[in-house]
Design a binder for this molecule. Structure first.
Ligand SMILES: N[C@@H](CCC(=O)N[C@@H](CS)C(=O)NCC(=O)O)C(=O)O
Length: 227
């Protein structure tokens, strides 16, 4: 029996995107249950999934519940050792774990000031110094990973696609949605992430969601999503 994945509204739930990518991108069989994150049915939809109270959450084939993206990632890597979730090389794996952990615990300005929304772009968003600081650190981490472990011809941080790319995919979304400053490397990494067929499939389904009123409707100029 495959894993059961619980996710929220695809347009907005950045953590759900991470949970979904860590199964989808590594060809691990799963079934999806949608949770009404914005419609208010979340608690009811997640009945029996204690201790989970946020999405993503996952149930394994023997009924173990993982209630956080990081615990899901570690469990999936442990139970699917040949799927390639972490880089094979020990040094690369250590750095990838650092990138994932830092994403999971940090960047509160970027997360707080730029709520995830993959419907369209805000073209004249005002970027605060705190967000610029988060971006500088993210770019530093990406450059370090790519310079040490990236592979010629591959856009991914550690050569092969890994959990590090999973955890930074929603950052690529935010940097696009809010037209945030991007280095040349960031531009090509973001393009690879957002034109990847898995992300495109996620966004296609997201665009079918109806939200009225639309959350996070800000007073900036709207532009089309570029990819
Ligand atoms: N630390 C959690 C964060 C998950 C999270 O905050 N998910 C949001 C949706 S993107 C959520 O479920 N929010 C509902 C709530 O906090 O009640 C993880 O890594 O999975």
């Amino acid at each position: 029996m495959p894993y059961t994945l619980f996710i929220g509204d695809r347009l907005f739930s950045s953590w759900s995107l991470r949970g979904w990518l860590m199964l989808e991108k590594f060809s691990i069989p799963y079934e999806t249950t949608m949770v009404g994150l914005y419609s208010g049915t979340m608690a009811q939809d997640m009945k029996g999934m204690e201790p989970a109270r946020t999405v993503p959450a996952m149930k394994t084939n023997v009924g173990h519940v993982l209630s956080d993206s990081l615990s899901m990632a570690e469990t999936l890597a442990e139970e699917n050792p040949d799927a390639g979730l972490w880089p094979k090389d020990a040094g690369a794996r250590a750095l990838a774990r650092n990138l994932v952990a830092e994403m999971h615990s940090s960047f509160s300005a970027l997360r707080g000031e730029c709520p995830n929304n993959i419907a369209f772009v805000w073209s004249d968003f005002t970027v605060s110094d705190a967000v610029k600081k988060d971006l500088a650190r993210i770019e530093e981490l990406w450059a370090l990973a790519h310079s040490r472990y990236g592979k010629e011809g591959s856009p991914w941080l550690f050569g092969e696609y890994s959990l590090a790319d999973v955890f930074y995919a929603p950052v690529c979304c935010r940097m696009t949605t809010y037209s945030l400053p991007q280095s040349e490397f960031a531009k090509s990494y973001i393009k690879a992430t957002l034109t990847d067929p898995a992300f495109q499939a996620w966004r296609k389904e997201a665009l079918e969601e109806v939200h009225d009123p639309f959350p996070y409707d800000l007073a900036f100029r709207k532009a089309d999503w570029p990819y």
